[in-house]
Write a protein that binds this ligand. Structure first.
Ligand code: 9MJ
Length: 684
């Protein structure tokens, strides 16, 4: 039966329409229709193709759902070999690269480089014949890869037919398949729910998803693709620069990195590296560095290759964020509020730019889920300044009782029933992830940390009272609670190890000086669970005096901005505890005082809507106090100077922020002028 002409037309229209929406969604990152509407059009096309199989075309969007499973991946010879890049880690290596390029081109002029993020995924090559996607392969050894065409067809961001025009009859488009961080998290959550294996990181998830013999599995995995180059066909493109090449690829429908650019000389390269390094945590995908390529393509040709890597390009890599190491032991740490955290003691390993010997295992459930045991080889991750964590174990490397496998050598980890520091019971609330030591301030670990916290710069700011000294004071039985600090004498302190008479005198003076404080600092210093610096400030501002807070019921506490039922309950519980009240009474008896803060609602908001930036050391005010005072007057304190800044408050040794203020013509004031503003407000 002949296909009615209207149906032929309708199918063609549906294909074009679905392709257009795909491109808008994946290529341009600008969705045009709701998912449900896309699905409706998709099903209509599927229906037509089922009824009239002759309507089916190779580039139909319905051909992305996965094909019959393979037994193995056929080999695929690349038209032009897929290169690898040489790596640089240090700035000097980048400068040396730039010098090699200039030497190679026999020029002393600064070179323009195309710069782009280095995606942490899998390199692939996509072949298009007469604009139609015909084959996709992994990199393999660079010469021959694995043909994973049915799998790549399922990626909606890979065009099945090139858009626009000007493409060669045969072209290999090169790029990276990866998984966005959010898609990875969702996939892992799904795997967990189903009891399936979770992936250690987005890269492994992308690799595992792409290398499936059953492309229907790949079809269900959220893979993405970014293009960054061309193999075969590159000579027929009539483009002058790598930048123009990327624009071409975008025009044909490929997603390309928006963070790409062109910079000049090694200074430009290092500037870009720093810029992307800062953006890295906020990028939606993992990158492991940036790539620099000489922008002019004729110069790329002139520079050519050394062995299998181009002379015209280099990867500038971030220090690896993940590394393998061995678990030497699993301990638990007791936190300030008694939280028990399992910690893996590791064979030292260099990761994220530092040597790591401990990694958090977060909590009991996490250790169970990951089944981390002594002797295991594990993937450790340290990203930015985040505390290092154990991502996953490598199951094949688990030591067993004998050489031929069998029983694991070590049993599963169990949380101790009693606190290793004080022997008190460890309990865990029904819907709580965290187990806690019930010892409270009887537990020396909690007591020490409560004291560190009390003395900290942002709390009572007792200079010279560091962690080591607190440990000594607690271990010697000289200090049981913060109140005991105010009874310490020079003689007692001078008797401690590594403590001279002069240091003892300075410390006693610092402790004495801390008596004069602010209500906000005092509340923060108490270390009430869930009460951080901002909440302490809000409480001080709202109630104005300590008695009000101590006597407040949960309902009254919830009148304070950002204080919800959980925080309110913590505060009530803290002040209900008789030993806490007793310590507070002793602190007040020891002479702690503050000028009572004005309740927030009564004071005029003299700095409402104003943004200030603090820089340098102010003559009398501590920076945190200046900040609190500005905020209490309704002002905002920003970290950097911009055109929107109203005032820069500069003290001694003010640096670049002062320069920036002068550059932008922002008013610069000193402490005295700030105090005047706080008293009288801004004269407009
Ligand atoms: C990645 N991985 O993002 C290249 N790459 O160019 C970029 N890889 C590359 N370019 C030539 N952006 C060989 C590899």
């Amino acid at each position: 039966m002949a296909v009615p002409a209207v149906t032929v037309e309708r199918a063609a229209w549906l294909r074009a329409e679905l392709d257009r929406h795909n491109h808008a969604y994946y290529g341009l990152d600008a969705p045009t229709i709701p998912d449900a509407e896309y699905d409706r059009l998709f099903r209509e096309l599927q229906g037509l193709e089922a009824e009239y199989p002759e309507l089916l075309t190779a580039d139909s969007p319905t051909q992305r759902v996965g094909a019959a499973a393979l037994k193995e991946f056929p080999p695929r010879l690349h038209g032009v070999p897929m290169l690898s890049l040489n790596n640089a880690f240090a700035p000097e290596e980048v400068e040396a690269f730039d010098k090699r390029v200039r030497d190679g081109l026999e020029t002393i002029a600064a070179i323009d480089y195309a710069v782009e993020p280095k995606f942490d995924g899998l390199a692939i090559s996509l072949t298009y014949e007469n604009g139609l996607f015909t084959c996709g392969a992994t990199r393999g050894d660079g010469v021959t890869g694995e043909d994973v065409t049915p799998n790549l067809r399922t990626l909606r961001c890979i065009p099945l037919r090139l858009r626009g025009e000007g493409w060669p009859a045969l072209i290999e488009v090169r790029g990276e398949v990866l998984m966005f961080k959010a898609d990875f998290a969702e996939l892992n959550a799904r795997q967990r729910e189903r009891g399936d294996k979770e992936f250690a990181n987005p890269r492994n998830a992308a690799a595992g998803s792409l290398r499936q013999l059953d492309s229907k599995i790949t079809a269900g995995r959220p893979l993405s693709f970014f293009a960054y180059g061309v193999g075969a066909g590159s000579n027929e493109l009539a483009v002058r620069t790598h930048g123009e090449l990327m624009d071409r690829l975008a025009g044909w429908g490929f997603p390309v990195a928006v963070e790409r650019g062109v910079v000049t000389g090694s200074r430009g390269l290092l500037g870009y590296f720093a810029e992307i390094g800062e953006k890295r945590p906020a990028l939606p995908y993992d990158i492991d560095g940036v790539v620099y390529k000489v922008n002019r393509l004729d110069w790329q040709d002139r520079l050519g290759f050394v062995s299998r890597a181009p002379r015209f390009a280099i990867a500038h890599k971030f220090p690896a964020e993940e590394a393998l190491t061995e678990v030497l032991g699993i301990d638990v740490q007791v936190g300030r509020t008694g939280a028990i955290t399992p910690v893996a003691r590791l064979k030292p390993v260099f990761v994220g730019g530092v040597t790591v010997t401990n990694a958090t295992l977060h909590n009991e459930d996490e250790v169970r889920r990951k089944d981390v045991r002594v002797g295991d080889t594990v993937i450790v991750r340290r990203a930015g300044d985040v505390i290092p964590e154990v991502v996953a174990i490598v199951p094949e490397k688990r030591p067993t009782r004998d050489l031929f496998g069998g029983e694991p050598l070590h049993p599963p980890f169990e949380l101790p029933k009693t606190c290793p520091e004080c022997g008190s019971a460890v309990t865990r609330g029904e819907d709580e992830a965290i187990a806690r030591c019930t010892g409270g301030l009887y537990c020396p670990a909690q007591r020490k940390q409560a004291l560190w916290h009390f003395a900290a710069r942002r709390a009572m700011d007792i200079e010279g009272l560091g962690d080591k000294l607190v440990d000594q004071l607690v271990d010697a039985g000289l200090v049981h609670s913060p109140a005991d600090l105010y009874g310490l004498s020079v003689e007692t302190l001078a008797g401690l190890e590594r403590m001279g008479e002069k240091s003892a005198r300075n410390l006693v003076a610092a402790i004495a000086q801390s008596r004069q404080t602010t209500l906000a600092r005092f509340i923060f210093a108490l270390g009430i669970r869930n009460v951080g610096e901002a909440t302490a400030r809000d409480l001080a501002r709202h109630f104005g005096q300590l008695e009000g807070i101590m006597g407040a019921e949960a309902i009254a506490l919830q009148q304070v901005p950002d204080v919800g039922p959980v925080v309110a309950a913590s505060i009530v519980a803290f002040f209900n505890e008789s030993h806490n009240r007793e310590i507070i009474a002793r602190l007040l008896a020891a002479g702690l005082q503050w000028s009572e803060g004005q309740p927030a609602d009564s004071g005029p908001k003299l700095l409402a809507g104003k943004t200030l930036v603090l820089t340098g050391t102010l003559p009398t005010l501590k920076r945190d106090d200046a900040k609190a005072m500005i905020e209490a007057a309704g002002g905002k304190v920003a970290g950097s100077v911009s055109k929107k800044t109203d005032y820069v408050v500069a003290g001694e040794e003010a640096g670049s922020k002062l320069e920036k203020a002068q550059e932008l013509g922002v008013s610069v004031i000193d402490e005295a002028e700030l105090l005047k503003l706080l008293e009288k407000g801004v004269e407009e």
